[in-house]
Design a protein around this ligand. Structure first.
Ligand SMILES: *Cc1c(COP(=O)(O)O)cnc(C)c1O
Length: 223
């Protein structure tokens, strides 16, 4: 997406977003592909939560950067790489299979940690987006084997809307996710986080009930 805005610094961009952000919404600064210097720039302007979509890249950045940063994994997970981030990852957004949950639990246990996870819901009409169907999520949450996984905690849901400029469609997709979230919360009070909204659509996502937005290019510039 091209925002065609005049050049603004990372500090300016961050400030513009955070001053308008409701208290109920957490900003994840998506720093994938961006250099350490850009992350430090955001860090020095108060940002502490960063999102990456490749485990290897996140590990390298974790090693070099201040340890009070909270790292969120927002990308599609490769099961065999979960072990590399299990000692530090703060929240995993895109969990879309029971197998992956079991692997996260296994690796978290080795480090004596409980890793917070979001289940990714398929909300976009596009066939290409990852995610679970609502029925699959319900099945996981009541599964006895799932209840034995003591080193993970499912704290919410994540969704990606279609790649479209049709704001009515975006709004409908976010509203649908919010309604699934509300329904599941009735039986599962640990669900507190609804991760939806990116640079191009976070305002709509917030209007539709997002509690966590994942914003990259609107902070760091185009990739
Ligand atoms: C890259 C990415 C984002 C951020 O995208 P922008 O359009 O740059 O804000 C958010 N969520 C996920 C899952 C991503 O992969």
């Amino acid at each position: 997406m091209n925002f065609n805005q005049p050049y603004m610094s990372i500090a300016d961009n961050l400030q513009k977003i955070t001053t308008l952000l409701p208290n109920s919404v957490t900003l994840v600064a998506v720093s994938k592909t961006k250099p350490i210097s850009s992350i430090l720039d955001a860090y020095n302007n108060g940002q502490r939560i960063f999102g990456e979509n490749r485990i290897q890249e996140m590990v390298e950045k974790y090693d070099e950067l201040p340890k009070d940063i909270q790292w969120h994994m927002i990308g599609h997970l490769q099961k065999n790489k979960v072990k590399y981030m299990a000692h530090f990852v703060d929240l995993i957004h895109g969990v879309d299979s029971f197998k992956t949950l079991k692997e996260i639990n296994k690796q978290a246990k080795k480090h004596n940690r409980i890793i917070n996870c979001l289940l990714q819901v398929k909300i976009a009409q596009e066939e290409t987006k990852f995610g679970l169907e609502v029925s699959e999520i319900k099945a996981i949450l009541i599964d006895d084997e799932f209840k034995q996984l003591k080193n993970i905690s499912i704290v919410g849901l994540m969704g990606m809307a279609s790649f479209t400029s049709d704001t009515t469609q975006l709004r409908d997709e976010f509203a649908a996710l919010k309604s699934v979230f509300k329904e599941l919360k009735i039986q599962n009070s640990q669900l507190t986080t609804l991760s939806m909204g990116m640079s191009g659509d976070y305002n709509i996502a917030i209007e539709e009930g997002s509690t966590m937005i994942r914003v990259g290019s609107a902070i760091f510039g185009n990739r």
